[in-house]
Design a binder for this molecule. Sequence first.
Ligand code: ATP
Length: 289
Amino acid sequence: MTIYNLGSINRDLIYQMQRLPQAGETIAAQEFIEMLGGKGLNQSVAATRAGADLVHIGAIGKDDRDMRERLQNLGLDTSAIAGVDHPTGHAIVSVDEAGENAIVLLQGANVQQDQDMIKQSLKNIKDSDFLMLQNETNYQLLAAQIAYDVGATVVYSAAPFSATAVEAVLPFVDILVVNTVERQQLSDALGIGEFDLPVSTAIITKGAEGADWIDIKSKVSKATPAMNAEVVDTTGAGDTFIGYVVSGLAEGLPPDEAMRLGSVAAAIMVSRKGTASAIPTRAEVDARL
Ligand code: ATP
């Protein structure tokens, strides 16, 4: 079974400074860290580290050899990652002493996906496969339709939330994933509760309160508690969780076991600093299970 993931790839360029600059002002940064991220990349790394056979479909700048190499070092197959005439997506993150931040985001290549690469990469997708999607690329609808038409399981994280994107993609989704904020935005946008969604399953992640697996048809909701964790940085918790859950489902685990796998992986993730490279391996997760 293969998991396909049409997802973003970002560099986070993080500058630590005493205070954030005002308009027209130049401030010297005291520290610089570069991290790889993007919801798509994080979910792909999580599913790969969980042990899945994963194909990441995405786009980076055509001359960005450094990024391709780093993705390969993370264990990703980069053959379905197009090199396009736009810069690789990146975020410039300024952080002051109080932890307040100001972020400039260039979506760049993430929203300039190569349509032919998407079609080509999905040409062998079959009903036992999975497709993961989020809202940080273009062409989600195209990919969702291709996967849904062959009966593959389409897993859609409606994040960052966009009412237009959700309404377009939802008819081709099997499993919808939202956190509590997105759940509220969804019900405000569609005017319906989760039991009325046109999908078979909704997964609601609730931070330290765990996550719910909601079977829409039977209207049964099953809760998976969060594991105890000493929280250092919650960035990427949701992506780690869902990457592990989908990998568990692709392995054939029942939903509650797949959710438990995600919950343990996410608890390890929140106890560490960093994004893609901090995502735990399956051996680390199994040791905690
Ligand atoms: P993010 O945007 O930070 O990646 P998210 O909002 O998409 O996260 P959350 O609902 O915050 O997702 O968290 C996803 C899962 O991670 C939770 O369902 C839970 O299993 C785990 N998790 C999150 N916060 C904690 C915590 N403080 N302690 C233990 N587990 C946590």
